[in-house]
Every structure is written in structure tokens, then in C-alpha cells.
Design a protein. Structure first.
Length: 69
């Protein structure tokens, strides 16, 4: 959990927060449109990922889970 007064972690101490999204390409485009410096899409067998940092230096990843057949 992130927020003022919730934890004693210093800004930028949280690394690798992961959020699962339905469409990683659309989420990346929305972030870029708002000025976020997001990585290219990293496609792996276990999902597609986009990585970015927030202004405090925390690192995040978006994951789109593959459709299993």
C-alpha cells in the first residue's frame, strides 16, 4: 500500500509493484499520452509487460496475462 502516513518506507523504496491489466498496449498508450516514460512492451510466454517509474522513484510494471488456449 502506498500513501502518506501509511508506511515508513522512504519515497522510491518500493520496487516492482505489478498491476495486471486487460490490454497492456492500450494502458501504455494512455500513460505515454499523459507524459509517463514507459518502456516498450516486453512480450514473454507468461505475459506482456510495460515498466515505468513514478516521480518518487518507485518502479512499476503492467502485465497482460496471456490468453491460454
Amino acid at each position: 500500500m502506498l500513501g502518506t502516513g501509511i508506511t515508513e518506507m522512504a519515497p522510491g523504496a518500493q520496487k516492482g509493484v505489478q498491476i495486471v491489466v486487460a490490454d497492456v498496449a492500450a494502458a501504455r498508450e494512455q500513460m505515454i499520452a499523459r507524459g509517463v516514460q514507459a518502456s516498450d512492451i516486453d512480450i514473454q510466454p507468461w505475459g506482456s509487460f510495460v515498466f515505468f517509474s513514478d516521480p518518487d522513484g518507485n518502479t512499476w510494471s503492467l502485465q497482460q496475462v496471456p490468453a491460454w488456449q
